[in-house]
Design a protein around this ligand. Structure first.
Ligand code: ADP
Length: 556
């Protein structure tokens, strides 16, 4: 791009030089015309004075005395013969007849005539003035001067000198003037409102307008960028942007955590350094080739799902976007759900098969009159088990439902325990178990029905897994920031290896004992669920054949 400063300097310089040259030419031409008209006048004056003198004296002898270095005098008779010539080197008698010379012709016809002739060889021009005397003789005065070109050539050194001076001066002036013009414009880059010239006001206004538009657009783009960055940063899923060489350009913390290590940035690394899993690498390779895909693979003990998509811009692929999800929990939950469904089906099928078997026997008349009551009792028992099971399943499915907050109120834990004892009194009686409660009537802020369910299930287990004439004791304690409910029994106990599993759905230490006593296998799972929803925790102490103590710690 051309610089304004250079352009202006050149333009100034050109104008100055053109002016100098044109002025020099115009002055030369003017001087030349002035010079030639002066020559004409001088020649005419000489001619007129000398011819006057001749007319008075009737001879030209005075010409011999009239010595002039510059002027030449020639006397021509009426026939054109040269009779006198002032230039020493020319002999009058040897000279050509002058009758046809234009100035001589004019003098003969009109009394006077002038002309000039160039000599290319000498580079001169000779001016002639001829005047006729009264007796018909003609006097011609002439002068030889340098031609225009010759005169011009002779002043070339002077002109060159002037041009160089003007050139230097014009360069200096051009640069000074350009600086004066350009500096205020350059200052406008610092402050566009400091307008240097009136003519630049529309320009400055447009720039200012565009600048504010650009500012707004940049702010908008920045906002969008911030939004996207915030979105990416806060995504639970890992996010990666790869270039076509599979180098990581953008990452979020989740991706770094899932594929790298905590606080370990993976930007700039090649994806191959994160995992050598062939399915993972193949999925990325396919995405680089333009094919979207998804893959599940194991990485650092987690089950990871990767979704890789090519990024296209203007029809050309620019890179790959990856979404990385930790599906370990999801898969675990799905597995649990599958197992739960299978368990439920199994648990329901067993009593139904029994019910169906007894009913069929009665229907086919295979049951004796005495058996019918027994069979009906069996059917009733199995139906009761099914009802209990379905009740627990419904309870669990309610607890599984995602809800924002459980409804809470102030409840008296001792009161709830006594209510549970009331409901369980016949079962306790049946098993010969004594129920007792200790501690204050602690007031706790929680869901009454849920807390009833917890204490009921724990007491129910403590009775069912107790020994004949055993005891169940519920201790209620009000500790700093927490309420503690401990259900202790003198029962069969739970071996250590089962402690971590008894809260799983349908997990039983002794299946037949559980079923025999009307257990569904879901009681402790419900307890665990409810305690978690109250942000509490469960502790268990148990030794085989001595008894079990389950402690519920509920934060206030
Ligand atoms: P269930 O309906 O079979 O009792 P739970 O979920 O209530 O199911 O309990 C799971 C298992 O834990 C029981 O099957 C039993 O083996 C064991 N268990 C629970 N409570 C006690 C306890 N107080 N004493 C001994 N074993 C217990």
């Amino acid at each position: 791009m051309k610089k304004l400063r250079t352009r202006l300097t050149r333009r100034f310089f050109t104008v100055a030089m053109t002016s100098v040259i044109l002025t020099a030419i115009a002055m030369s031409i003017g001087s030349w015309f002035n010079y030639t008209s002066q020559i004409d006048n001088t020649l005419r004056n000489y001619g007129q004075i000398l011819i006057q003198s001749y007319n008075n004296n009737q001879n030209f002898n005075f010409l011999d005395n009239f010595n002039s270095k510059d002027y030449r005098f020639t006397l021509i008779d009426p026939n054109g013969n040269v009779v006198y010539e002032s230039e020493a080197q020319n002999n009058a008698s040897d000279m050509d007849n002058h009758i046809n010379r234009p100035e001589i012709q004019d003098a003969i016809k009109h009394g006077a005539g002038k002309s000039y002739r160039y000599s290319d060889t000498l580079g001169t021009v000779t001016y002639y003035y001829a005047v006729r005397a009264e007796d018909g003789y003609i006097l011609r005065v002439s002068i030889e001067v340098k031609s225009v070109i010759n005169s011009f050539v002779s002043i070339i050194p002077m002109i060159t000198g002037i041009v160089i001076c003007v050139l230097l001066f014009s360069i200096y002036m051009a640069s000074v003037s350009t600086k004066k013009i350009v500096t205020p414009i350059e200052k406008m880059t610092d402050d566009i409102n400091d307008v240097a010239y009136e003519e630049l006001v529309p320009f400055a206004t447009t720039i200012e307008k565009q600048r504010s538009q650009i500012k707004k657009q940049i702010a908008k783009i920045q906002l969008e960028k911030d939004k996207i960055n915030a979105l990416i940063a806060n995504m639970n899923e890992g996010f990666l942007l790869l270039d076509m060489d599979k180098n990581i350009l953008i990452e979020n913390d989740s991706a770094a955590f899932l594929l790298g290590s905590m606080n370990n940035k993976i930007v700039g690394e090649n994806i191959i350094n994160l995992s050598r899993n062939s399915d993972f690498l193949k999925c990325i390779d396919n995405a680089v080739k333009g094919q979207s895909g998804t893959v599940k693979f194991k990485h650092k003990g987690n089950n990871i799902q990767l979704l890789a998509n090519p990024i296209l811009s203007d029809g050309k692929q620019k890179g790959v976007i990856c979404l990385i999800m930790n599906i370990t929990e999801k898969e675990k939950t799905e597995k649990m759900r599958r197992e739960f469904t299978a368990n439920v089906s199994h648990e329901l099928k067993t009593p139904l098969t029994t019910i169906s078997g007894y009913a069929e026997m009665i229907e086919n008349g295979m049951a004796q009159a005495d058996d019918i009551q027994r069979f009906a009792g069996k059917i009733h028992k199995e139906a009761g088990r099914m009802i209990a099971l379905i009740g627990d399943i419904i309870e669990l499915s309610h607890l599984d439902e995602p809800r924002k907050k459980i409804e809470k109120q102030y409840v008296k834990l001792r009161e709830i325990t006594e209510e549970c004892f009331d409901s369980l009194s016949s079962s306790a009686e049946k098993h010969g178990v004594t129920l007792s409660v200790q501690g204050d009537n602690v007031i706790y802020y929680g869901n009454r029905a849920m807390l009833y369910e917890v204490i009921y299930n724990l007491c129910d287990n403590a009775i069912r897994y107790n020994k004949q004439n055993g005891e169940v004791n519920v201790g209620i304690a009000d500790k700093i920031n927490k309420a503690v409910v401990t259900v202790s029994d003198t029962g069969i106990g739970i071996p250590q290896k089962h402690h971590s599993r008894i809260f799983e759905r349908f997990y039983r230490v002794d299946k037949s004992h559980s079923k025999e006593t009307g257990g569904t296998g879901l009681g402790l799972a419900i307890v665990k669920h409810i305690v978690e929803q109250h942000n509490g925790k469960i502790e268990i102490e148990s030794s085989e054949s001595t008894g079990t103590s389950i402690r519920i710690i509920l934060p206030k």
